[in-house]
Design a protein around this ligand. Structure first.
Ligand code: IMO
Ligand code: MG
Length: 424
């Protein structure tokens, strides 16, 4: 039986979560985003048409499914409304099916400006998406954030926005020599957003817990990836939310006792966008070759993604942190035509060998991977409809990963379309 499942990115994001969610949504009743914001870019291809989601769960493409944006998400209302309009233009109605938590924090233009200005001032830039994510979560923890429910109460909203702008504008002027933002325009604009979004606002905690009682099936859609998690990622080169599976409870109001399964999505190689350590990163020339072959450009910012070999040191840590029992391995189709394929099984730094993911920034940035090398395969994976049809060496690669990870590779993606998927 399909149970309540969390889909989590096992690497640095962009693992292909959008496609896997889309496929598994068919068997779910509710699809819930629980963290992140419009820094995410989830691409789904249906009948040759590409959809990119930043906030709305990818499950919206399936008729009748209820899609929730949980309290753990930071919502940029302008971006969300644009997405709703975009769906409507494609003939997909979100009304009645999209539900937004009143407790979700909102992104304001000052968050984006701060994101930008802070990056410029840092010695070591993070390479954020500039979507205001970090500053918005910082306000949440700092207890000055503005939430969805505040937008629906003009008096409360006015006071909170005034408070925020007073402080932010001082910071803008004194720290960044920036002119700051105007209250009235922002206030009016956000009240309009509130009016538009009000029908979507819903008590997600009650909705989902009633769903649990009624034995409905819930799919939790993670954004970003394990190594971008604020606690367990490659800090400080991370995002500002709990991208690991535990975030699904905090970010939705569903208790851990109601979650039964965690599917980790991993690419058959590794990519990363933005700055930070990346032990198995390819040299620039080979990196460009795989980037072009795999179309590795960010769905949100269009930035070229850094590419590297599959990293078992990372993935094993990911299996532990998330409780991954099943892996969806994506983009296997990109790896054909290589003479050999490498997999990092440990790192070496100075005189030490690391089989567990090291947390020391110096080790992580300077360590050299210890590789296991497997023979490559020539035949493209396209048009393959069963595991048996895969080239022998591709199967050997998958078996090696599966045995090393102690998690079952249950889904294999060999292209962006729904039918380019093998269930093992
Ligand atoms: P999806 O859901 C890949 C990265 C940024 C940057 C760091 C911090 O599509 O997998 P932020 O704007 O979040 O403060 O940036 O995190 N990043 C992602 N990388 N996929 C994503 O989302 C990402 N969201 C954020 O590039 O390095
Ligand atoms: Mg993405």
């Amino acid at each position: 039986m399909f149970k309540n499942t969390v889909i989590v990115g096992a690497q640095w994001g962009d693992e292909g979560k959008g496609k896997i969610i889309d496929i598994l949504s068919e068997r779910a009743d509710y699809i819930v985003r629980y963290q992140g914001g419009s820094n995410a870019g989830h691409t789904v291809v249906v009948n040759g048409k590409e959809y990119i989601f930043h906030l709305i769960p990818s499950g919206i493409l399936h008729k009748g499914k209820i899609c929730c944006i949980g309290n753990g998400v930071t919502v940029d209302p302008a971006s969300l409304i644009k997405e709703i309009h975009g769906l409507a233009a494609a003939g997909i109605k979100a009304e009645n099916r999209l539900k937004i938590s009143p407790l979700a924090h909102l992104i304001f233009p000052y968050h984006k400006t701060l994101d930008e200005l802070r990056e410029l001032k840092r010695t070591n830039q993070i390479g954020t998406t500039r979507r205001g994510i970090g500053p918005c979560y910082a306000d949440k923890v700092n207890r000055c954030g503005i939430r969805m429910l505040d937008l629906l109460n003009p008096g409360v909203f006015k006071e909170k926005l005034k408070d925020n702008l007073r402080e932010k504008n001082e910071i803008f002027k004194k720290v960044y020599n920036h002119k700051g933002l105007d209250f009235s325009r922002l206030y009016r604009e956000y009240l309009e957003f509130g009016k538009f979004l009000e029908p979507y606002v819903c008590n997600i905690v009650a909705l989902l817990n009633n769903a649990v009682k009624a034995d409905k099936r819930i799919l939790f859609e993670g954004a970003q990836g394990t190594f971008l998690d604020i606690d367990f990622g490659t800090y400080p080169f991370v995002t500002s939310s709990s991208a690991t599976s535990g975030g699904s409870c905090i970010g939705s109001g569903v208790s851990p006792i109601h979650i039964h399964n965690v599917v980790g999505v991993a690419k058959a190689y590794t990519t990363r966008v933005g700055e930070g350590p990346f032990p198995t990163e390819f040299d620039p020339q080979f990196g460009k070759f795989i980037r072009d072959k795999g179309g590795e450009y960010g769905a949100t910012t269009g930035r070229p993604r850094r590419c590297g070999w599959f990293d078992l040191v990372m993935m094993k840590e990911s299996v532990l942190l998330n409780g991954i029992s099943e892996v969806a391995l994506t983009k296997l189709d990109i790896l054909h035509g290589l003479k050999e394929i490498k997999i990092a099984v440990a790192y070496k730094y100075k005189n030490s060998t690391f089989e567990e993911f090291p947390r020391d920034a110096e080790v992580l940035s300077k360590a050299k991977p210890v590789y296991k090398t497997l023979p490559g395969w020539d035949q493209p994976a396209e048009k393959i409809t069963s595991y048996k049809q895969l080239p022998k060496n591709a199967r050997a690669y998958i078996s090696f990963l599966e045995n090393s990870l102690e998690a079952k590779i249950s889904i294999l993606s060999i292209g962006s379309a729904r039918d380019e998927t093998l269930f093992l």
